[in-house]
Design a protein around this ligand. Sequence first.
Ligand SMILES: Nc1ncnc2c1ncn2[C@@H]1O[C@H](COP(=O)(O)OP(=O)(O)OP(=O)(O)O)[C@@H](O)[C@H]1O
Length: 373
Amino acid sequence: MAVDERFCFMGEWYDPQASMTRTYQVLFYPADSSIEMYDVKTRRAFLKRTKCETIKFNDFFIGNTINIFSRSIKIADFGDAFTARSIGKNQERTLAIIKPDAIRSLGDIISAVYENGFTIARMRMVKLSQNEVMYFYSEHKTKEFFPRLCEFMTSGPVVAMELVGSDAVNRWRSMIGPTDTQRAREQGAHLLRARFGTDGTKNALHGSDSAESVQRELSFFFGSKYGVNTACYNDTTCCVIKPHAVAEGRAGHIINAILIAGFQVSAIGTYSLDKVNAEEFLEVYKGVVHEYPKMVEELMSGACIVLEVRAQNAQAVFRDFCGPADPEIARHIRPRTLRALYGKDKVKNAVHCTDLAEDASLEVEYFFRILDH
Ligand SMILES: Nc1ncnc2c1ncn2[C@@H]1O[C@H](COP(=O)(O)OP(=O)(O)OP(=O)(O)O)[C@@H](O)[C@H]1O
């Protein structure tokens, strides 16, 4: 790669002091992971070319929020024709749905998504009403199977995911295989509907079938926000899969381990926290835990995946399952815990879990009630 090869994006940052959104031209040099920024309005250099090793090329996709020296910058668009031409084709989007019969395999499906080179830009677990399913699948309303389809799609929660990757629409549809689970099994055991589907109607997964469908379906789940979020705030606790673990593609394995251990995941969502949100969420650790500033940095360094975890005595049992905060200690004394298996150090320790019973519903509400609105 040429040392001076650079890619240009338009970035937006909400300046809380001035109560306004500032727009920057963000230049990224992959050869040495350096960044340069210009304020579009004042036409002045804002950041001279500086190495920023925490940022990776893959982080630059439209809609993603990245942390550049403590500022949460949203990538709003490509900044020049070269960038749009050279990487735009690798950033196609599609809408995937994990249907009610496959929710139990949530972790394995998310792992398959990452293993096939997709990024999950947005994700939410929702319960759809009869009217919402009828609207979503309106093209099939005259078909004989329509009542069965509506009954199935309202029988439990679904997880909608916005996937980003090369040739996303076609690639995701070939990964899931034919509509009928039986036919998928005949075509290949690796197909996701073969692995996770049940029958002709209960077929585990959905994928948009064209660019027009992608637009319509993304706006259904993430624009108009059809479907109610499934958080129940009862017998539950909060688990945040930290940005480093998400970026390393570990989220699926972590969710799988949580499900195998007998916990229920009753809500899930992706969140990109800015500094204000990260400080607010971690406030109880301020002045108490030496690593607090670094914990804030980590939490705002990229997208995290938040789970509402349900079980009897959820907060205490789940905290125990996460293990000691320091992964090194966890590997010595509790080697089967999440932090022992997926943590790197005291700050990048894979997951945050609620530490005090009285905070469990507050932490779940912080994401699924306050930030969602
Ligand atoms: N012949 C059928 N019998 C029973 N259910 C069916 C049949 N055809 C389709 N369905 C159900 O309706 C859904 C929508 O059908 P469609 O023809 O759009 O298939 P698809 O594009 O493979 O699936 P999806 O739209 O869910 O990605 C299917 O996923 C399946 O759940």
